[in-house]
Design a protein around this ligand. Structure first.
Ligand code: VGL
Ligand code: ZN
Length: 210
């Protein structure tokens, strides 16, 4: 698969490349910052770039600290289903939630903030974890006649995977650029994310193919 065509009907979705998810942040993904030069190098190929930003309230329901006796990476039942609990991270307006300073995407046209409702997490750029509340991204892409998305960023097994699966559910062609992503990997979650994505028709590619 070489020379995939990227035109006005395609968008690059850059997921959560924020201080919280790299070394020195509150929920660092191993080797997370390594995605930055790869993403910067891909950007000039794209007419459309959308970024996402994990943007939690203080005391967010996805934080272990909000649940008595729980610790990060425990799982609890919330009204909308099972929720992995995380260290406090990505709190609105804090430097930890800022987009990484080395990310150079001057042409990005939209930043979708997500996870900003205290009681609902949102890994996906399209749909919050209650699976009902939309971020508006599918409608935005449709309004711009975009039918294909290329997804990069952090983390492969959470926000990238959920975004890719929801892109497929929204009827979009979806590619995940593997070397422009890094995963958290809880109990084999990177491998199962790739399995789920592949089953739903998400295409796994490398940046060298573009
Ligand atoms: C993410 C866990 C919690 C992600 C966000 O960006 O993948 N993971 N919040
Ligand atoms: Zn989060």
């Amino acid at each position: 698969m070489k020379n995939l065509r990227i035109g006005s009907a395609s968008a690059l979705i850059v997921v959560d490349v924020q201080n919280c998810f790299v070394d020195g942040g509150t929920l660092p993904v191993a080797h997370g910052a390594e995605v930055i030069p790869v993403i910067n190098g891909l950007a000039p190929l794209f007419e459309n770039i959308v970024m996402t930003q994990d943007w939690h309230t203080e005391g967010h329901s996805s934080f272990a600290s909000s649940h008595q006796g729980k610790k990060p990476f425990d799982v609890v039942s919330l009204p909308y289903g099972q929720q992995v609990l995380w260290p406090d991270h990505g709190i609105q307006g804090t430097p930890d939630a800022d987009l990484h300073k080395d990310l150079k995407l001057p042409t990005a046209q939209l930043i979708i903030r997500k996870g900003y409702r205290k009681d609902i997490d949102s890994y996906s750029a399209f749909m919050e974890a209650d699976r009902k509340t939309t971020t508006g991204l599918a409608a935005y892409l449709r309004a711009h006649q975009i039918d294909t998305v290329f997804i990069v960023g952090l983390a492969t097994d959470f926000c990238v995977a959920w975004t890719a699966l929801d892109a497929r559910a929204a009827g979009l062609n979806a590619y995940v650029i593997e070397d422009a992503c890094r995963g958290i990997d809880l109990n084999g979650s990177v491998q199962s994310a790739w399995k789920n994505m592949t089953e739903k028709g998400v295409k796994r590619i490398q940046s060298s193919e573009l």
